[in-house]
Design a protein around this ligand. Structure first.
Ligand code: MG
Length: 181
């Protein structure tokens, strides 16, 4: 079995949502970025935890997963967010820009149909803050059909925690991945 993809969301995972008081965790540092379609006079403020770059690299360096951005930041994940965390240029799932007012227009995460098609029958661990029970059922069904699939779901106001990546490495380590010498 080939190494699973590690699908990485950004909003609610690497960039926590502000709490009711509008604050981000003290672990996170402020950056202003000019995302695609914005002007330099109108940047987006994001909050990132520099430890996340190191923690993700610890997982990536194992070679046991193939990391891919899976986020509405699309290409900007590679060009804007990754470098702020000292991450190498990673590929991204080329998600569309649907005209939707909820992230669950059909009761499950809007990204999922695209991810399902993109993955084909590849195993995957997917970190996103926005799964519903239908997404967890999808992952269980894929796994039952022989395609190991793990969903890891940080709390959106806290974002990614070290234990989420421990869960990833523990899960990957028990897969029957063909090791290439
Ligand atoms: Mg998210």
């Amino acid at each position: 079995m080939r190494p699973p993809y590690l699908l990485l969301d950004i909003d609610g995972v690497l960039i926590p949502f502000p709490d009711a008081a509008g604050s981000a965790p003290a672990t996170h540092a402020r950056h202003d970025v000019v995302s695609t379609g914005r002007s330099a006079a109108n940047p987006v403020t994001v909050w990132l935890n520099p430890d996340h770059g190191r923690l993700l690299m610890d997982v990536i360096r194992t070679g046991l997963v193939t990391p891919v951005w899976c986020t509405s930041w699309r290409q900007d994940a590679t060009t804007l967010i990754g470098p702020l965390l000292d991450l190498p240029a990673l590929p991204h799932v080329d998600l569309p820009r649907p005209q939707i007012t909820t992230s669950h227009p059909n009761g499950y995460l809007w990204k999922r149909d695209h991810v399902d098609a993109w993955l084909g029958d590849a195993p995957a661990v997917w970190i996103d803050d926005d799964f519903t029970s239908l997404d967890h059922a999808w992952a269980a069904e894929r796994t039952a059909k022989g395609t190991p699939t793990l969903l890891v779901q940080p709390a959106p106001h806290l974002g990614l925690q070290p234990e989420h990546l421990t869960e990833v490495t523990t899960w990957v380590a028990q897969l029957p991945v063909a090791r290439v010498a």
